[in-house]
Design a protein around this ligand. Structure first.
Ligand SMILES: Cc1ncc(COP(=O)(O)O)c(C=O)c1O
Length: 348
């Protein structure tokens, strides 16, 4: 456990006593939001987050709203970048926390974390970032970025599931959300998941040694996939920032088809994909992230998220480029919306 703590701390520029092990990213996010709220409510009850956070942050904030906290959900632009002017404007003396994710899990957009950190520091407000998606893919340095807390999940780094951590800067006023023993500097009661933590540490070690090479490889494959889809499928919109984006994420909206039908067909053909975030692929609601970047309901419903990883090869990209356009054509043949579009003179 000690070795893992040290490896994780080193990766993010922290010290090992600033690492609090949790059961994963969700618990780390909950600990950050509720922990700051409970410990600082005498100072104020206002929290700023964004409309595109993971549900672990958004739903924690919604629960706090029911307890009388005021939450500002910042808008994002069409690429998913938070509005920094709105952030500065909404800060008030009661603001106790800013929680903005580093990279979005659905569209891959990378937020201007260093600038947000500067703003938070200037106003002496705690700053938490959900770095579950970015850790291991892009550099995170808690000091350079002025971060007081970050959430990490082991399985996003190919470590075991069910373990993660919250980095908590020394001196942060935070209360636990679980009560019991005195583990994890009194911040997370309960016997630690030792095998999970050991695996987490090893996964971090491997991620550090492979990141630079892997990021270049993934971005090349992702770009080839995007270009190939653009050439082969008409009426396709790519979501997320064109450059400020994780190397492994490709999110697109394919017009005139139902995302759910697409996913089922792709699944039969051995392609794992999702319409929204993988965590909510069982939900039929359009993704809150796609709605926040301004997509209409029907377009958001036709969205597809393809994530690349360590096992993705050039052959996999070729296979998707071969199969996906055919599936889209098949589904469009049954689409009343597409027929209507063609009837009105739209180009097939
Ligand atoms: C951005 C983000 N935050 C939090 C989580 C939740 O992490 P965990 O699955 O470890 O609870 C996820 C999804 O796994 C995620 O993508």
């Amino acid at each position: 456990m000690d070795e893992s703590r040290e490896k994780i701390a080193k990766m993010i520029g922290a010290t090992k006593d600033e690492i609090v092990f949790t059961s994963g990213g969700t618990e780390a996010d909950n600990l950050a939001v509720f922990g700051i709220a409970k410990a600082n409510k005498d100072k104020g009850r206002h929290i700023i987050t964004s409309k595109i956070e993971h549900h672990a942050v958004i739903n924690s904030c919604k629960a706090l709203e029911k307890e009388g906290f005021e939450i500002t959900y910042l808008d994002v632009d069409k690429y998913g970048i938070v509005n920094l002017e709105q952030l500065e404007r909404t800060i008030k003396k009661e603001t106790i926390l800013i929680s903005i994710m580093h990279a979005n899990n659905e569209i891959g957009t990378i937020e201007p974390i260093t600038e947000i950190g500067r703003i938070a520091k200037k106003h002496k407000i705690y700053f938490h970032s959900d770095t579950v998606q970015s850790i291991g893919k892009i550099r995170v340095d808690v000091k350079e970025m002025n971060l007081d807390m970050i959430s990490i999940s082991s399985h996003k780094l190919y470590g075991p599931k069910g373990v993660g951590c919250l980095y908590v800067k020394k001196g942060t006023r935070l209360k636990p959300i679980l009560y019991g023993g005195e583990q994890e500097h009194h911040l997370r009661a309960g016997t630690e998941n030792v095998p999970g933590i050991a695996g987490f540490g090893r996964a971090v070690e491997l991620a550090i040694s492979e990141t630079e090479k892997e990021v270049v490889r993934l971005a090349r494959l992702r770009d080839r996939l995007q270009e190939g889809l653009k050439e082969r499928i008409r009426h396709i919109i790519f979501n997320g920032h064109p450059t400020e984006r994780l190397p492994n994420t490709l999110n697109c909206a394919i017009q005139f088809i139902e995302g759910e039908s697409l996913i089922l067909k792709l699944d039969d053909l051995g392609i794992c994909a999702s319409t929204g975030s993988a965590c909510s692929s069982a939900s039929l609601e359009p993704s809150h992230v796609l709605l926040a970047i301004g997509l209409k309901h029907e377009v958001a419903h036709g969205s597809l998220r393809l994530s690349l990883g360590r096992d993705t090869t050039d052959e996999d990209i070729d296979y998707v480029l071969d199969v996906l356009p055919k599936v889209v054509e098949e589904l469009r043949a049954f689409s009343p919306l597409y027929k209507e579009f063609l009837r009105k003179g739209g180009k097939p």
